[in-house]
Design a protein around this ligand. Structure first.
Ligand code: TTP
Ligand code: MG
Length: 350
């Protein structure tokens, strides 16, 4: 058996995010119950996106109808959702995180993971710096959890909201998560909670006492094993630093400049095939195909074609590349050729 290296994962979650952003431009509302949702009119249809902690004290929760929130807290101020503004702030706190380590996993508008394993500063120092810089650059607070994996880090960031910092050392895990209700485990929702309750299981510690066979029998193999491991704080999910590429290209510089049409044609075909393989390997399709051609004197030309529909097959990409090539006058020796595809979309998107 190979030893799994101990990781250090940080999870950051912004506090009352949409509401906190709204308070930045309406500081007079600080300390008051404020509810963000829909068009901000509680007499019309819409649900609560989030609420300040003052409004939560009245029982207001994300996802409930605005009307219900109004009944629970008639004195609350209701404001409409302004996604564009929240996205701007989301970009800012993630820029701070990425500057600490590029090993960041974006988990949506108000949370992200960061892999600290390779950093040689203490968890406290890193968390302190991130909090200070986010506060300085946005005026917002966040809660941070640091633990040996993503599952535990996310549970830790919830433990001391708002403006919290919770560091779970491996030896503390059982004692810290055992007493929590099973709903505190990311991946356990209300239905699983209810089924576990029927089995007499309310806490993570009680879940950890259930044999894996019993969980697999109840919930199926994949989810049963997930529950078994989660109850022990086991999670090997890696950080996924995925980002959506906008284009893919391949190019090649000839060892010697060439004026030979056969060589140029063969090269374009080979580059088109490589680009198509890249696309399929990464699960994307492209809507545009272009070529780049640099002559021996470094004069560089590009041509691009937009396809009627996104493609990831070699043939349409090669055809389009040759069409582009046909639109260039090959009157000098060529130094470099490239094929580029753009306007990428996920191949699995409909
Ligand atoms: P959360 O992080 O769940 O909530 P929060 O940031 O408002 O509060 P907390 O301090 O407890 O983290 O969600 C982040 C944002 O996502 C939240 O501000 C609004 C939005 N959201 C919805 O629009 N609908 C929902 O049901 C939830 C849960 C969140
Ligand atoms: Mg949040």
């Amino acid at each position: 058996m190979t030893a799994v290296p101990l990781r250090r994962i940080l999870h950051l979650d912004m506090d009352a995010f949409f509401a906190a952003v709204e308070l930045l431009r309406r500081p007079e509302l600080k300390g008051k119950p404020v509810v963000i949702g829909g068009r901000g009119d509680p007499t019309r249809r819409g649900v609560v996106s989030t609420a300040t902690y003052e409004a939560r004290a009245f029982g207001v929760r994300s996802g409930m109808p605005l009307r219900t929130a109004l009944k629970l807290c008639p004195t609350a101020v209701f404001l409409p959702v302004d996604f564009a503004e929240y996205h701007r702030y989301s970009g800012r706190f993630k820029t701070v995180m990425r500057s600490v380590s590029p090993q960041m996993e974006d988990r949506g508008i108000d949370e992200a993971y960061l892999d600290l394993t390779a950093l040689d500063r203490s968890s406290e120092a890193i968390a302190g710096e991130i909090k200070d810089r986010i506060r300085a650059e946005t005026g917002l607070t966040c809660s941070i959890g640091i633990a040996p994996n993503k599952l535990l880090a996310k549970m830790a960031s919830e433990m001391q909201k708002p403006d919290g910092l919770t560091i779970l050392a491996p030896e503390d895990v059982a004692a810290r998560i055992g007493p929590l209700g099973v709903r505190k485990v990311p991946g356990i929702g209300p239905k699983t909670e209810a089924r576990l309750a029927q089995m007499g299981v309310q806490t993570v510690g009680e879940l950890a006492a259930v044999p894996v066979e019993a969980l697999v029998g109840q919930f199926g193999r994949a989810y049963g094993v997930f529950l078994y491991e989660a109850a022990r704080g086991i999670d090997e999910d890696p950080i996924v630093t995925h980002w959506e590429p906008r284009q893919r290209s391949r190019e090649t510089t000839f060892q010697e400049d060439t004026g030979d049409w056969q060589t140029i044609a063969r090269t374009i075909a080979a580059l088109a095939r490589e680009v198509a393989e890249d696309l399929r390997g990464e699960g994307y399709r492209a809507r545009t195909v272009g070529i780049k051609l640099r002559f021996a004197d470094f004069e560089t030309h590009t041509r691009e074609k937009t396809l009627p529909a996104p493609v990831d097959a070699e043939l349409p990409i090669r055809k389009a590349a040759f069409e582009c090539l046909g639109r260039l006058k090959l009157d000098r020796r060529v130094r470099l050729l490239g094929v580029r595809v753009g306007e990428l979309s996920r191949a699995d998107a409909t």
